[in-house]
Ligand binder design. Structure first.
Ligand code: UD1
Ligand code: CA
Length: 490
């Protein structure tokens, strides 16, 4: 029965998914950080197939480009008219030139599908040397599915679709998951024999089962234990439901692998996130994209990190971060906003109400409070005073600021980029740094402080402010009327 070594996987993705009520085709909707078809293709790749063929129809440019980005050598088969799953497989066979081996058909809308289940199914199909194998499932509510019809001996006779089933057949709890395996030579001969005289007027791929039996060939149905893996998404409620289930599985897997999760129900981890043992995740944490967290790091509560890299033992509290790298033992937050290009060195600190972007902050360097750090390079061990703004934008272009090693800048500074503050330099409180500061220098801006004595009493006479000033000065004169302290005016 053909060359079992050659494996072709056909993924059906031509339908639009009307019930999603979306401008985006169903299989491109995301769950767990990947498109639905992305999850299916990842499971398919685990089979190490000889070729992958995707059948596209609706929004074929977008879907096709997405599939090619994930599986560069995938064959794209275009189904011009959506005349059924049989029609879809026909165009896939034509486009790929498949003539022998094993053909597996799957659909692009089953995000929980795992590679191991596909591998086990193909192994069963090959071992039993079937013309057709059905990955079936026993479900509580079989409504809508094709039912697996068996004869008195328990042999599979046919798959009958919901709309074509008799009331008795509708009672059958064993359903066709939509994942089928075929001997290629048999499939090639059977496809032209499909007809569309059925309730939906479509060419049903599932009718190939009946054709095999008419030819005296054997068909197997292998029930999958974990039926959710083959559940398809039809609308957004089902997308959310399977999304929650996927997250539950991912979180459970990481807990088994040594990650502490205080509240699994409010912890979200995308499929491509990588964690390590002894990571702790506190409630309300979302780890998205390709975020990676090293051991002993503690993340959360209420933190979202997308495509971030978090070092060992780092502490990230109430933070939103994207495309940021946090060094070993560093601390971030509470209430920090790390924008793309933020790199915080080992034992560094990005503190409370701090926003960073395209900024490299060295080992042990600290930006503790109320600051904006954009387009900057801060040397190892430097300390940036509270309320510092890196003014990187002159209205036309962005410029960079460099702060040297072990520099200590005062509170409420503005660094007007491009500017360079040397190693070991300091700045006074409230300094507006417009010119470079040499290493070791102290920069101060603005003239010496001037106190205009009696300003409130003369310019704000009769106000509560002036009264407060008068009362303070009277107190200072004391009972003898001698001045307590002279106020300098210059
Ligand atoms: C199909 C099966 C049914 C099974 C169910 C599992 C058939 C005839 N029926 O029914 O036995 O229980 O899946 O979910 O196969 N597609 C195309 N081109 C087409 C038609 C469909 O690419 O012309 C794709 C769709 O995008 C979808 C998949 O094939 O991903 C299944 O098609 P759909 O019409 O949803 O079939 P079901 O009625 O669900
Ligand atoms: Ca369907």
């Amino acid at each position: 029965m053909g060359n079992a070594d050659e494996l072709t996987v056909i993924v059906l993705a031509a339908g639009g998914g009307t019930r999603m009520k979306s401008k985006t085709i169903k299989v491109l909707h995301h769950v767990g950080g990947r498109s639905m078809i992305g999850h299916v293709l990842a499971a398919v790749e685990a089979l190490e197939p000889h070729r992958v063929v995707a059948v596209v129809g609706h929004q074929r440019e977008e879907v096709g480009a997405h599939i090619r980005a994930l599986v560069p050598d995938a064959v794209l088969a275009i189904q011009e008219t959506l005349d059924g799953t049989g029609g879809a497989v026909r165009v896939a066979i034509q486009a790929s030139g498949t003539t022998h081996g094993t053909v597996v058909v799957a659909t692009g809308d089953t995000p929980l599908l795992e590679g191991k289940s596909l591998r086990d199914f193909v192994a069963e199909h090959r071992a039993a040397e079937q013309a057709v194998s059905i990955l079936s499932g026993l479900v509580a509510d079989p409504f809508g599915y094709g039912r697996v019809v068996r004869n008195g001996e328990g042999d599979v006779e046919s798959i009958v679709e919901e709309k074509d089933a008799t009331p008795n057949q509708r009672e059958i709890a064993e359903i066709n998951s939509g994942i089928l395996a075929f001997d290629a030579e048999f499939l090639l001969g059977a496809l032209p024999r499909l007809t569309n005289d059925n309730a939906k007027g479509e060419f049903y791929l599932t009718d190939v089962v009946r054709i095999a039996r008419e030819d005296g060939l054997s068909v197997g149905a292998f029930p999958i234990d974990d039926v959710m893996q083959t559940e398809g998404v039809n609308d957004r409620a089902e997308l959310a439901e399977l999304g929650c289930e996927m997250n539950r599985r991912i979180v459970a897997r990481w807990m088994r692998d040594g990650v502490s999760v205080m509240d699994p129900a409010t912890t979200w981890i995308d499929a491509d996130v990588v964690l390590t043992h002894d990571v702790t995740l506190l409630p309300g944490t979302q780890l998205l994209g390709v975020t990676a967290v090293a051991e002993d790091a503690v993340i959360g509560p209420d933190t979202t990190l997308k495509d971030c890299e978090i070092g060992a033992g780092a502490r990230v509290v109430r933070t939103h971060g994207e495309l940021a790298v946090i060094g070993d033992g560093a601390t971030v937050g509470p209430f920090a906003y790390l924008r793309p290009g933020t790199v915080l060195g080992a034992l560094g600190k990005i503190g409370t109400f701090v926003e960073t972007k395209n900024a490299t902050i060295g080992d042990g360097a600290k930006v503790p409070h109320l600051s904006y750090v954009g387009d900057a390079e801060i040397g190892d061990g430097a300390n940036i005073g509270a309320g510092t703004i890196f003014a990187n934008y002159d209205g036309v272009a962005k410029h960079r600021t460099r702060v040297g090693r072990l520099a200590r800048t005062g509170s409420n500074n503005t660094f007007v980029a491009p500017v360079d503050i040397g190693d070991g330099a300091s700045t006074g409180g409230g300094t507006v740094v417009r010119r470079n500061v040499p290493p070791g220098a102290l920069a101060v801006s603005g003239g010496p402080q001037r106190n205009l004595a009696g300003w409130a009493q003369s310019k704000r006479a009769g106000t509560p402010q002036a009264a407060a000033a008068e009362a303070a000065l009277a107190d200072a004169l004391g009972p003898g009327g001698a001045p307590a302290a002279a106020s300098e005016g210059d």
